[in-house]
Design a protein around this ligand. Structure first.
Ligand SMILES: Cc1cc2nc3c(=O)[nH]c(=O)nc-3n(C[C@H](O)[C@H](O)[C@H](O)COP(=O)(O)OP(=O)(O)OC[C@H]3O[C@@H](n4cnc5c(N)ncnc54)[C@H](O)[C@@H]3O)c2cc1C
Length: 468
């Protein structure tokens, strides 16, 4: 009997790839609601040959999740397609924030910590020195804003952490869980009394990196910061699709699952045309979408899944003639207290040069989407807001040669305080009910491409272990 995967984004394709190695590929079937695979990863080539990324654009090569993706890239023989950004490049070193109508460069070196750099009122090293004197607060979880405010003071919470959370998950740092998105910092305080003590302990007891990859050696020696592919990030899902389908995995496009029912060791998945029996189901859908598919049969599980809510983001890609960026950087972020309708601007052409022109991406909305854009009806309205802010902040007078607007509905889950506990309850429910179900993807184990690939791999390993 077949194993089914719901969703043909990078999670679903990766799950199929890892499954393919251990079970006959022709017993694996993907159901994908849209007309293409890749999910949020989509690279659009414009009429003038410029690459616009719809959502994800760069990958981090370090850590367990990063190394796992490097291994996958090696297996897919994609090394020749990689485009790294080296640590020495301005796109790796310079990160800007827009505060009080001005751009400020965040400190990027040890030396920078010893200087007073606006908008901070004193050198950041002072916050670090004071941090270890702050009392420990024993908690299970709290917001990342409250945690940083407690440990480092309000300037670090406002100007470093809050914009960073906008950049990572388009979220409000006053609601996002520290025990999920900054687990290590949180554990340093809980286990060693302060972050600085935890960091020192980590340096002195630091174990060798156990994660191995031949490509990782190159990453280290060439000092990569982040990377993408020559033809954009979509190279990764499209290569995965080619590989798994050439092995015999069935990929059903335009096939939206409407309902899922479990009967003993089997699961039945339904869409408007057909109902199919399956031995095991991998859902890579957002938890709040999957919640609707099982709500009749498992209302309690559905309620838990609905607790992980996601936000909408408007993405506006812009292409201008010539190099108009005066201050090369990865991009800029806008702290929420500035009350602007944009989250930030990515300087794509500083990361990867494109014909010596300027390519920018404006991200808007996220947690504040409804507040700012509830009455917006057309793409032009989003374009106007994006362009007005680009002109004002980057002092650009030119009109773009071309642009693209994408409104990404429910695209980034919010890991609010208590997220880890919610995920544990969901996994406990599935386990104790013996459901032939694995849950992976963005809602559970992390927002980045690296996270969801590893989440898919671990789900497959756990399924194979239970069924061996
Ligand atoms: C604006 C933005 C910027 C980002 N930037 C980065 C970045 O720079 N680096 C990074 O690492 N990550 C980034 N991410 C995160 C990254 O894009 C995601 O982690 C990743 O794409 C998630 O892949 P997925 O397969 O889990 O989900 P998805 O891509 O959402 O795939 C799920 C698939 O399921 C399908 N589906 C939905 N409902 C059904 C149904 N009922 N039946 C069948 N199929 C269904 C959908 O059509 C979709 O194809 C960004 C995300 C966003 C939104």
């Amino acid at each position: 009997m077949t194993v089914h995967i719901l969703g043909g984004g990078i999670s679903g394709l990766s799950a199929a790839f890892y499954l393919c190695k251990k079970i006959p590929p022709n017993t694996i079937s993907i159901w994908e609601a849209s007309k293409r695979t890749g999910g949020w990863i989509q690279t659009h080539k414009t009429d003038t040959g410029i690459l616009f990324e719809q959502a994800a654009r760069t990958l981090r090569p370090r850590s367990e999740t990063g190394t796992n993706t490097l291994n996958l890239i090696e297996e897919l023989q994609l090394i020749g397609e990689i485009r790294p950004i080296y640590s020495s490049s301005p796109a790796a070193k310079n990160r800007l924030i827009y505060v009080n109508g001005k751009l400020h460069t965040l400190p990027s070196s040890l030396l920078g910590l010893f200087r007073t750099q606006s908008p901070f009122s004193k050198p950041l090293i002072v916050n670090f020195i004071n941090e270890h004197k702050q009392p420990i607060k024993k908690v299970v979880d709290e917001s990342i804003y409250d945690f940083m405010n407690r440990r480092f003071g309000s300037e670090v919470a406002d100007y470093l952490m809050s914009p960073l959370i906008c950049g990572i998950c388009a979220g409000n740092s006053k609601e996002i869980s520290v025990n999920f998105l900054a687990t290590q910092l949180f554990q340093y305080e809980q286990n060693y009394g302060s972050i600085t003590r935890g960091l020192l302990h980590n340096i002195f007891s630091s174990k060798k990196n156990v994660h191995k990859s031949a490509l990782l050696d190159r990453v280290k020696s060439e000092k990569w910061s982040v990377y993408s592919f020559k033809n954009g990030l979509e190279t990764l899902p499209s290569t995965l699709e080619n590989v798994i389908s050439s092995h015999g995995v069935e990929i059903n496009l335009n096939t939206k699952c409407d309902k899922v029912e479990f009967f003993g060791k089997e699961v039945i998945i339904h869409n408007q045309h057909t109902s199919v029996k399956s031995k095991h189901l991998f859902s890579t859908l957002l938890s709040e979408i999957f919640a609707l598919l099982i709500s009749d049969q498992h209302p309690k599980l559905s309620v838990l899944l609905k607790q992980i809510q996601s936000v909408d983001v408007a993405v506006v890609n812009l292409h201008f003639k010539g190099n108009l960026i005066k201050n090369p950087a990865f991009g800029l972020l806008v702290p929420p207290q500035e009350n602007l309708p944009i989250l930030g601007i990515i300087f794509d052409s500083c990361c990867f040069s494109q014909k010596n022109d300027t390519v920018l991406t404006v991200m808007m909305g996220g947690y504040w989407f409804k507040r700012n854009f509830e009455n917006f009806k057309t793409d032009e309205e989003f374009f106007d807001v994006a362009l007005a802010h680009v002109k004002k902040i980057l002092k650009i007078d030119e009109e773009p040669l071309e642009y693209k607007v994408n409104i990404l509905k429910n695209c980034i889950p919010q890991y609010t305080v208590g997220h880890r506990e919610t995920v544990n309850k969901i996994k406990d429910y599935v386990e104790s009910s013996n459901l032939p179900l694995s849950l992976c993807g963005m809602s559970y184990d992390g927002v980045g491409v690296n996270d969801v690939i590893l989440s898919a791999k671990k789900s497959v390993e756990s399924f194979l272990q239970k069924n061996s």
